[in-house]
Design a protein around this ligand. Structure first.
Ligand SMILES: Cc1cc2nc3c(=O)[nH]c(=O)nc-3n(C[C@H](O)[C@H](O)[C@H](O)COP(=O)(O)O)c2cc1C
Length: 177
């Protein structure tokens, strides 16, 4: 198995972080992985906000606990928020497609790269699906209309055990032709 597939197995959504703070340099590496992600027409329709101060991280965590979801989120030591930016597509492509046509996929890829780099650095991560976008915008001085690609919680896992992956069977979802 390749080192990369090993990393894919190691990366898992972490739902409980230890008290250990996350080193600034490791967050830089994670966001650098996001920056290096491929994108449609190389438009790079993203920017990143890294939250690392404990007080702010605690406030972002509260924004991700709507409907009493994600009760563990207060243990996260940092967050990376992937923001959607305007994509400038190549002139030929932009005759056919809306500028943001590839953006959602690009942002998802950037979020995945960040989580995989976090795993490579020994960090736990979890993408958060439900959050109060407006409150996060207010808190972090992000323009109110800005769309989010992902909110990613980070920290050192309080439990390092690797779970087995629950995934659809390979033969049910793959066709070689
Ligand atoms: C877009 C997205 C939103 C998610 N939202 C949450 C969430 O709000 N809370 C949570 O605990 N996990 C969340 N997850 C994690 C998924 O539940 C997890 O990726 C999936 O169950 C597979 O498990 P694994 O990441 O451990 O391999 C989210 C994942 C993605 C990609």
């Amino acid at each position: 198995m390749s080192d990369f597939l090993d990393l894919c197995k190691q990366r898992q959504s972490c739902r409980g972080f230890s008290e250990r703070p996350v080193e600034h340099d490791k967050l830089v590496q994670c966001v650098e992985a996001g920056r290096l992600t491929h994108s449609g027409c190389n438009a790079q329709p993203w920017s990143f906000v890294v939250v690392e101060t404990p007080e702010l991280a605690g406030q972002v965590a509260q924004c991700g606990q709507q409907l009493k979801q994600n009760s563990w989120l207060g243990t996260a030591k940092a967050f990376i928020i992937v923001l959607e930016e305007h994509a400038v597509l190549s002139p030929i492509i932009s005759c056919f497609l809306d500028s943001q046509y590839y953006a959602k996929g690009d942002l998802g890829a950037a979020a995945a790269y960040i989580c995989l780099e976090a795993a490579a650095q020994g960090l736990g991560s979890c993408i958060i699906g439900l959050y109060d976008r407006k409150k996060i915008c207010e808190l972090l001085n992000i323009p109110a209309e800005k769309q989010f690609g992902a909110v990613i919680a980070l920290g050192y896992a309080s439990n390092d055990a690797i779970r087995s992956k629950k995934r659809k069977a390979f033969e049910d979802i793959v066709r070689f032709m």
